[in-house]
Design a protein around this ligand. Structure first.
Ligand SMILES: Nc1ncnc2c1ncn2[C@@H]1O[C@H](COP(=O)(O)OP(=O)(O)OP(=O)(O)O)[C@@H](O)[C@H]1O
Length: 937
């Protein structure tokens, strides 16, 4: 039993051992599994953490990119806005107070906007600090401002407009804002251009006391309590007056008038109305019905007339605060809401300017106004935009500024059509012409205005308008410049004749288009080229001097141009420095009557009407401009700016010249003080042999430059008709040689090499060099040219004459005989050959009589008319063989035998001038200038 018991115990023990072992194994296994799970969990957690980190990093990167993009766009927009704002609020209108100074605008500049602070977004913008975009408001030429301050610093939470205005009494913040704004307005306008009226019953002007210095110049009025009605009545009256007399139905606003004319005839009037506040329960002062009505009128009609209000605390701010011309500014502490900036943005207000700055600025403005306007400068005469004027109706351009600083316009058109300018030497006549011409040239393009300028004075005052060696530019409107023409009155006559032809051309065109004046012709013929013409003749009396044919013809042409030029857009401007100039006209009352525009410089005599003594008192550098024939009531005194110094007219000319297309022809320049060179003669370059098989034209011999507006060369055609020889007469050897050389070299160019014979005979030792030079140049052209001296001249004449006699001459080419001072061999020429009973003189007579028909021409120089006559047979000899002649120092009556005019032409010899006559083409001789031929062309 005990054994059994022991067995059982053992069995149980064993079973228990097994069970314990199994349980232990199970526990171990479970623990292993748990450890593995824990490890897995930890790994998952680590992974989750890492993923979270990655997500955060990605998010941060993306967010950074978006922020940067957003900021870049914000910055770009802000920069654009800032640039726009800077443009709108230039200089003193927008500059920070630190270093602020007034910046008066250019004459043509219109007011812009004024800075009051900087914009800030209402909702917070992510990223770094907000960009500094100026916040601006308008006033002058824009509208009115209503400023409110509820008196607390709590921003309304709503994004809507602030509540309808409550008429609070103006706080310090309002005064500070208005003071800053006014200073910007004053600093960015011309001194005196803004007048302030301040109605401040509460503080009696104390808040704007720093502006008080303006009162000394009548630019500021403080209005006391009870004065509001008076202020409003005055403003309404000003608006009425400006509408009636200044805008006069022609312009809708002063701004429009300013844009159209460049003038601002009225100052801006700014009324600052700082009321007592008003509340419906009876606080403060209420506007009367009459005041309310006047306020409404000013608000509606003021800005067009430059009348503006800055209002605070005037109540109740009824419907008018909703008027589109009224901008509201509502203040909360240093922040503000404005109509212009709307609900998205608020304005961080600028601190106010220092009192000293405002006082100093106002004092300076007042001093400037009391000192009177600055003298005008040349730039003041120039328009904002060049070449935009139309001359269809008239030409209007300022020449200077009046005592009030306003520009004084000068007009040419139907009335007044022509101008007379007078003033003693040195009074500034030339300067006045420069100022006027510059002012015109800047306004009207060369299609609208053409200028012809002639100066009979010694000197070259108009030469600057043509290209020169130092300055290659020219004034684009100038078609012709004549300088140093005091001895060449023919040039003046030529200009008048040219203008007369133009007058006829215009009159014919007008008739064809059934137009009675230029504006109608231009309307009827829009594609035609009909600029107004202004012809300026300085010291014109030279032209009318004496009773010779030039003076008489000039007077006739002037009179006709003066009478008929008006309707055809041709205007004369005659200037003279002394009494005689005016006297020259005075005998011609009907002509003088056409010159209704008179400009008198200091001490000018007889330019203005009798009894009009303004010229005696007008100061230096001023002029009396009078468009009513000098009648006293029409006087306008103008200060004429300096237009002659460097950087004035010259700079304008260069700027205008640069606008011309590169191939534009310069004006014709006639300089009477300069000898033209043959090499410059355009006709010489145009001469060429006839084309083989083409039409054969008789050659021409050039003789000199005409004194004409075209500046062409004078020429003789050497055809095969009797009399086609040329005689040069006079003792001035150099000029005679130049005429012969000009003829020879021009003829030489019209033949093929070797196609013509030249024979040169020279009997004046002083002329030998010149002759030989011609000989060489003819040979360079490839021609046969022979030279003869005293010993050979008779043989030459005999041989040439003999050739004429034979039908079959050995040489049938044209033959040009250039005889220099042949009269020096008179005794030789008259000697008869005992065998033939013929003399060289007989040969010469034969040659000139029969030569041209056989293409043999004599171009000869005789030192006087009697000597020519002697060589052609003595007393009674006919000189018709010389159908063309050039006379140098030969008196008019001595030319009678060669002239068609009884007693000879009116000719007084002068250096480097010759009288040229070609019987085949001229009615009367013409004056020419022998070319300088010392340089080979
Ligand atoms: N408005 C002006 N402002 C400044 N300088 C001037 C003015 N007018 C003339 N001058 C100067 O005075 C001098 C004489 O002027 P200008 O040559 O115009 O006189 P003028 O009447 O044409 O004299 P003249 O007939 O003798 O030539 C010049 O040096 C000129 O620059």
């Amino acid at each position: 039993m005990a054994g059994r018991h022991r067995e059982l115990v053992e069995e149980v023990r064993q079973t228990l051992g097994y069970a314990r072992g199994a349980a232990r194994a199970a526990v171990t296994e479970a623990e292993d599994r748990a450890a593995k799970r824990r490890a897995d969990h930890a790994a998952v957690e680590r992974e989750a953490h890492r993923a979270g980190q990655r997500l955060l990093a990605a998010h941060a990167t993306r967010r950074g990119a978006v922020d940067r993009q957003c900021l870049a766009r914000l910055t770009a927009a802000a920069e654009e806005l800032t640039a726009l704002a800077d443009e709108q609020a230039r200089g003193a209108a927008g500059a920070p107070w630190d270093g602020w100074a007034p910046t008066p605008p250019a004459r043509d500049e219109s007011p812009g906007l004024y800075r009051i602070g900087r914009l800030t977004a209402r909702a917070a913008v992510p990223g770094p600090a907000e960009p500094d975009v100026p916040a601006l408001v308008g006033l002058l030429d824009a509208g009115h401002l209503l400023v409110e301050d509820p008196g607390h610093d709590r921003l309304p939470a709503v994004a809507d407009d602030p509540a309808p205005p409550v008429t609070h009494r103006p706080t310090d913040r309002v005064h500070a804002l208005v003071g800053g704004l006014l200073l910007r307005v004053l600093g960015s306008t011309a001194p005196g251009a803004v007048r302030l009226t301040v109605y401040d019953p509460e503080r009696l002007g104390g808040s704007l006391a720093s502006f008080a210095p303006l009162a000394s110049a009548d630019l500021l009025t403080f209005v006391g309590p009870g004065g509001l009605g008076g202020v409003l009545d005055e403003l309404v009256e000003e608006i009425r007056r400006i509408n009636e007399t200044v805008l006069a139905g022609e312009y809708r606003s002063l701004r429009e008038l300013h844009a159209a004319t460049g003038r601002r005839p009225e100052p801006w009037r700014v009324a600052v109305l700082l009321g007592e506040g008003w509340t419906p329960d009876g606080g403060g002062a209420e506007l009367t019905a009459a005041q309310q009505a006047q306020l409404d009128r000013v608000i509606r009609t003021g800005p067009a007339c430059g009348v503006h209000l800055v209002v605070s605390g005037v109540g109740p701010a009824g419907d008018w605060c909703e008027h589109p011309l009224v901008d509201r500014i509502v203040l909360w502490g240093a922040t503000a809401w404005t109509t212009a900036t709307g609900n998205r943005f608020l304005v961080q207000l600028d601190p106010p300017p220092g009192t000293d700055l405002a006082t100093g600025t106002c004092r300076a403005i007042a001093e400037k106004v009391l000192a009177g306007p600055d003298p005008a400068v040349f730039a003041d005469l120039l328009p904002a935009e060049t070449w935009t004027g139309s001359s269809a109706e008239r030409l209007v351009a300022p020449v200077g500024a009046g005592p009030d600083g306003r520009l004084v316009d000068v007009e040419l058109g139907d009335s007044p059509p022509h101008a007379l300018i007078g003033g003693p030497s040195g009074a500034g006549k030339t300067n006045l012409l420069y100022a006027w011409l510059g002012s015109l040239a800047a306004r009207y393009s060369p299609d609208e205005l053409a200028l012809y300028l002639l100066d009979f004075k010694e000197g070259v005052s108009f030469a600057r308008f043509a290209p020169g060696r130092r300055d290659p530019s020219w004034l684009p409107h100038v078609r012709l410049v004549g300088v140093n023409v005091n001895a060449d009155r023919e040039y003046g006559l030529a200009l008048l004749a040219f203008l007369h032809d133009e007058l006829r051309r215009r009159a014919e065109a007008a008739k064809a288009h059934e137009a009675t004046k230029l504006s109608e012709l231009r309307a009827e013929d829009p594609d035609g080229h009909w600029p107004r013409i202004v012809a300026v003749i300085d010291e014109f009396q030279v032209l009318l001097d004496g009773r010779d044919p030039v003076a008489l013809e000039a007077a006739r042409l002037l009179e006709d141009l003066a009478r008929r030029g008006r309707s055809q857009g041709i205007h004369l401007v005659l200037a003279s420095q002394d009494l005689s100039g005016i006297d020259a006209l005075w005998g011609r009352a009907s002509m003088v009557a056409q010159f209704t525009l008179r400009i008198a410089l200091p001490k000018a005599r007889r330019i203005l009407a009798e009894g009009n003594l303004a010229a005696d008192t007008v100061p230096r550098h001023h002029a009396v401009v009078n468009p009513d024939s000098g009648a006293t009531p029409a006087n306008r005194v103008a200060h004429i700016p300096d237009a002659g110094s460097r950087g004035t007219l010259d700079a304008l000319q260069q700027a205008l010249w640069r606008r011309l297309p590169a191939d534009t022809a310069p004006p014709v320049l006639f300089d009477g003080g300069r000898v033209p060179r043959l090499a410059e003669a355009t006709e010489l370059a145009e001469l060429a042999p006839d084309e083989p098989g083409g039409r054969v034209r008789a050659p021409v011999a050039l003789v000199g430059r005409t004194i004409d507006v075209t500046g062409r060369s004078a020429a003789v055609r050497l055809s095969r008709s009797p009399g086609r020889n040329l005689a040069v007469l006079g003792a001035r050897g150099t000029e005679a040689c130049d005429v012969l050389a000009t003829a020879a070299l021009s003829l030489g160019r019209q033949y093929r090499a070797g196609g013509v014979r030249f024979s040169l005979a020279c009997l004046d030792d002083d002329a030998v060099d010149a002759t030989k030079q011609v000989l060489d140049e003819l040979r360079v052209l490839g021609h046969d040219a022979d030279w003869y001296d005293r010993d050979g001249v008779c043989g030459l004449l005999a041989a040439a004459a003999a050739d004429l006699g034979t039908d079959r001459a050995p040489d049938t080419r044209p033959h040009i005989l250039l005889l220099y001072a042949v009269d020096a061999a008179s005794s030789l020429l008259e000697r008869k050959d005992p065998a033939t009973r013929r003399s060289a003189r007989d040969d010469l007579k034969d040659l000139v009589a029969r030569g041209p028909e056989q293409r043999t021409h004599v171009v000869g120089w005789w030192r006087s008319v009697p000597r020519l006559r002697d060589d052609l047979g003595g007393v009674g000899a006919r000189l018709d063989a010389f159908g063309a002649w050039v006379a140098l120092d030969v008196q008019g009556p001595d030319l009678a035998p060669l002239s068609t005019q009884p007693g000879g032409p009116a000719w007084y010899p002068r250096t480097r001038r010759a009288l040229f006559f070609d019987r085949a083409v001229h009615r009367r001789p013409v004056v020419v200038i022998p070319y300088d031929t010392t340089e080979a062309p």
